[in-house]
Design a protein around this ligand. Structure first.
Ligand SMILES: [Zn+2]
Ligand SMILES: [Zn+2]
Length: 137
């Protein structure tokens, strides 16, 4: 019966090896996936990737890169509207005056002035020079 026992042992030993290989391959896949995910989540921090923002309080204009945006969010510098139904918009803490009054800005096509897309009360912003607005109405 010793022969039969040896035959029984062999397949189970092989199965263990296969199981170990599968576990190792799975581990490698997970490691690669994590590395890939980290690579993708790394936000650009170049001047070209910066978005323009304007403070509606002190009129300070500045650029915010995706990496800067993430950092600001971590620091609690981005405020969601208290009540979405009232039409409030997301406000950013102004690096100049420190108030939650900065909003995304666009460049006026007529004179290049930075204009708030929307004001904190969600009304369209207008160019102080020519009254152009990002939103026609
Ligand atoms: Zn300001
Ligand atoms: Zn203008």
């Amino acid at each position: 019966m010793s022969n039969g026992r040896a035959e029984q042992l062999e397949p189970s030993g092989k199965r263990r090896t296969i199981g170990l290989t599968v576990a190792l391959v799975a581990l490698v896949i997970v490691a690669v996936a994590v590395a890939w995910k980290n690579r993708e989540e790394k936000q650009p921090d170049t001047p070209e990737s910066a978005m323009a923002y304007i403070c509606t309080e002190c009129k300070h204009v500045y650029g915010l890169t995706p990496a800067g945006y993430e950092k600001l969010a971590e620091e609690g510098g981005i405020k969601a509207p208290d009540n979405r139904e009232s039409g409030g918009i997301v406000l950013f803490r102004c690096p100049s005056c420190g108030k939650f009054a900065a909003v995304p800005a666009v460049e006026c096509p007529n004179d290049g002035t930075k204009v708030a897309r929307r004001l904190p009360d969600a009304k369209p912003g207008h160019c102080p020079k020519c009254n152009w607005s990002f939103y026609p109405r």
